[in-house]
Design a protein around this ligand. Structure first.
Ligand code: NAD
Ligand code: LMR
Length: 339
């Protein structure tokens, strides 16, 4: 996988570059919500990432235990746990990347938007702290509804005078992870070789996988493409229902979050051609935020890439998702400016 791709290199020089702590820059990553269902396995995966030198684990409760546990792993990063608002400053100061999986998850029957009332406030206060203590960090927003929490974050940063559109990312990697897995299964191709862009947003029909651009190419029928699209759009709900009240995707999300944070770190470190899909400020559609392929660089977003050629089915999907995504974006902006 890409998480461990550096270990599969046969070049001793490359191995040295990837693992020698002297030549790899110091990078601090903070996880906010680190004691939660996503936070804990994400903390583990970030501890395994050789690009991280400091790992700050913050939550309102439970972080001393998680930090003590993860800190015993014999990898590069120094781990520290921070608990409660009075320790948020220390958790954030000096961070290069802040990953936010703080907030409540769905139960069966709920939409992601049903989480808005609780999570909007959590995200708003965490982003206010980011603008004070680490205004230059890349922010990886996982908390739902991503279609609204990213615009909330942008507004909070704008008000604080610290907004940099190149540094705010809604994490949609789990949609890509799912699209790859489901496509590989249907197309009977090795999953490790699969690439599928997923654009739009991160909720229901706003999730638009572009299977017409999937590689390796496969001859799937229209019905199969429709089924794959729907399964990708409903992937989160599939997990929520299977967990039957015990929350939503945590392990696959931690994996996806770790992939995306790793891509951000690689970009910061100057690794060329790092491309991931993400929900960012964008002008490739009429909407102010949109998920598409993004090239990551030393300052965060280096280029928001275009959609590429779409099938008629995808064009139709794009048209239907725009009004729904627009409402969610506006709801976030309004919340941030009202309260
Ligand atoms: P969880 O309830 O298991 O964990 C959330 C953690 O956030 C808890 O430990 C809680 O104490 C903490 N928290 C609450 N308020 C906080 C605050 N003010 N500061 C710091 N921490 C705080 O939930 P989870 O399963 O880990 O999911 C977290 C969020 O991620 C949910 O909103 C969920 O919908 C979202 N999610 C997003 C994606 C995605 O693809 N973007 C995927 C899965 C889940
Ligand atoms: C997911 O896609 O798994 C997350 O957004 C969580 C959810 O509520 O579905």
């Amino acid at each position: 996988s890409r998480l461990t791709s550096s270990t599969s290199s046969s070049s001793p020089h490359l191995l040295r570059r990837c693992y020698g702590t002297e030549s790899v820059p110091e990078r601090k990553v903070a996880v906010l919500g680190a004691a939660g269902g996503i936070g804990q396995p994400l903390a583990l995966l970030m501890k395994l990432n050789p690009l991280v030198s400091k790992l700050a684990l913050y939550d309102i409760a439970g972080t001393p235990g998680v930090a003590a546990d993860v800190s015993h792993i014999n990898t590069r990063s120094e781990v520290a746990g921070y608990m409660g608002e009075e320790q948020l400053r220390q958790a954030l100061e000096g961070s290069d990347v802040v990953v936010i999986p703080a907030g409540v998850p769905r139960k069966p029957g709920m939409t992601r938007d049903d989480l808005f009332n609780i999570n909007a406030g959590i995200v708003k206060s965490l982003c206010a702290a980011i603008s004070k203590y680490c205004p230059n960090a890349l922010v990886n927003m996982i908390s739902n509804p991503v279609n609204s929490t990213v615009p909330i974050a942008a507004e909070v940063f704008k008000k604080a005078g610290t907004y940099d559109e190149k540094k705010l990312f809604g994490v949609t990697t789990l949609d890509v992870v799912r699209a790859k897995t489901f496509y590989a299964g249907k197309a009977k191709v090795p999953v490790a070789d699969v690439n599928v862009p997923v654009v739009g947003g991160h909720a229901g029909i706003t999730i638009l996988p572009l299977f017409s651009q999937a590689t390796p190419k496969a001859n799937l029928s229209d019905e199969e493409i429709v089924a794959l699209t729907k399964r990708t759009q409903d992937g989160g709900t599939e997990v929520v229902e299977a967990k039957a009240g015990k929350g939503s995707a945590t392990l696959s999300m931690a994996y996806a979050g770790a992939i995306f944070a790793d891509a951000c770190l690689k970009g910061l470190n100057g690794v060329p051609d790092v491309v991931e899909c993400s929900f960012v400020q964008s002008n490739i559609t009429e909407l102010p935020f949109f998920a598409s392929k993004v090239k990551l660089g030393k300052n965060g977003v280096e280029e928001v890439m275009g959609l590429g050629p779409l099938s008629d089915y995808e064009k139709q999907g794009l048209e239907t998702l725009i009004p729904e995504l627009k409402v969610s974006i506006e709801k976030g902006i309004k919340f941030a400016n009202q309260n």
